[in-house]
Write a protein that binds this ligand. Structure first.
Ligand code: SAH
Length: 307
């Protein structure tokens, strides 16, 4: 069937012609992988998981013999498994029921491979949900599930839901006594925050991805009167390649930063020039030995089950 689609318009306040990077899972995964290579993203999470998470997890479970965990947007599971290992050390006699919610079949496959390589995970049972957070919510309600969760984490994924506040509220409703939700997103005070605040209307108005920081989540929780603890994690990202015209890796990193598919080729020249200028502005980056180092600081929010 023929369908008519109007030509993209780039003038004034008309809708952005940019497509979201997440609609192309292959390119998204490639960009994410490069981002992990160029940044201290996972290293700063690992530090937090080893130094702070054990105390956070100490009080969950309320003495039960099984802990229910839900990971939302787990990716390839590297970070999830680090958290499970800390959880196991804190609660060594307890079985763990781990629900994984991840829509990318490639990532889910990578996660399964990782699990198969770790026989020490014999304390954990995995349930694989190849679906988005909202599909999971729909199924959960449809099946009238009464299972409660002790630990739910959403790490770098709330950008990809339509309504981050509603998603948090749903998962809050699943928390058992003493249960906790861990959220990690870029910090409002990071280069990402500055980039997104400046270009929100051009970069962030797609249905499937949006520019949300822990600053936004804190405002939402404050408005709902929800108590939480928060932490800032220092992290950096080397974005030097973004400034070499035509550099393939630079273009991938730019896609990741703007969350736009083929940003270099599809953005208007004005938008592209503005974004590149802002990316190396002191509000976003520092220059060090000829490298441009972007502020990739993360924010962590821990929500307790509210009694
Ligand atoms: N938590 C991992 C991966 C973060 S990347 C880490 O920090 O390393 C974001 C992940 O969210 C990707 O694996 C992507 O496939 C997944 N995702 C995208 N849209 C989603 C949605 N609507 N619901 C749940 N997960 C989603």
């Amino acid at each position: 069937m023929l369908s008519f689609s109007p030509p993209p318009v780039t003038l004034g306040t008309m809708a952005s012609p940019l497509k979201s990077l997440v609609i192309d899972d292959n390119r998204y995964q490639e960009a994410f992988h490069l981002f992990l290579e160029r940044s201290s993203e996972h290293q700063c999470m690992r530090d937090f998981i080893q130094k702070k998470l054990p105390d956070i997890l100490a009080s969950i479970g309320d003495g039960k013999s099984q802990l229910n965990v839900i990971g939302v947007g787990s990716g390839a599971g590297e970070i999830d498994l680090e958290m499970l290992s800390e959880l196991h050390q804190k609660h060594p006699k307890v079985m763990v029921d781990n629900e994984v919610v991840e829509p990318s079949s490639q990532q889910l496959h990578n996660y399964k491979v990782l699990v198969s390589q770790k026989p020490e995970l014999n304390y954990a049972k995995f349930t694989w949900n190849k679906m988005t957070a909202s599909e999971f919510e729909e199924q959960w309600k449809l099946k009238k599930m009464t299972k409660k969760a002790d630990f739910i984490h959403m790490i770098q994924m709330l950008y990809y839901v339509k309504d981050p506040g509603a998603t948090i509220s749903f998962f809050q409703s699943l928390l058992d006594k003493n249960g906790k939700i861990l959220i990690i997103l870029v910090s409002g005070a990071s280069g990402w925050g500055k980039l997104w605040r400046t270009y929100r209307t051009q970069l962030c108005n797609t249905e499937i991805s949006q520019c949300v920081t822990t600053g936004d989540i804190k405002s939402f929780l404050d408005s709902k009167g929800v108590n939480y603890q928060s932490y800032e994690l220092l992290s950096q990202m080397d974005i030097t390649e973004c400034f070499t015209e035509g550099d393939r890796k630079g273009e991938l990193l730019l896609d990741f930063l703007t969350e736009a598919l083929n940003f270099s080729k599809t953005a208007s020249p004005e938008l592209k020039a503005g974004v590149l200028k802002l990316l190396r502005h002191p509000d976003c980056s520092v220059e060090d030995k000829g490298r441009v180092i972007f502020n990739n600081n993360l924010g962590v929010i821990v929500i307790d089950q509210q009694t």
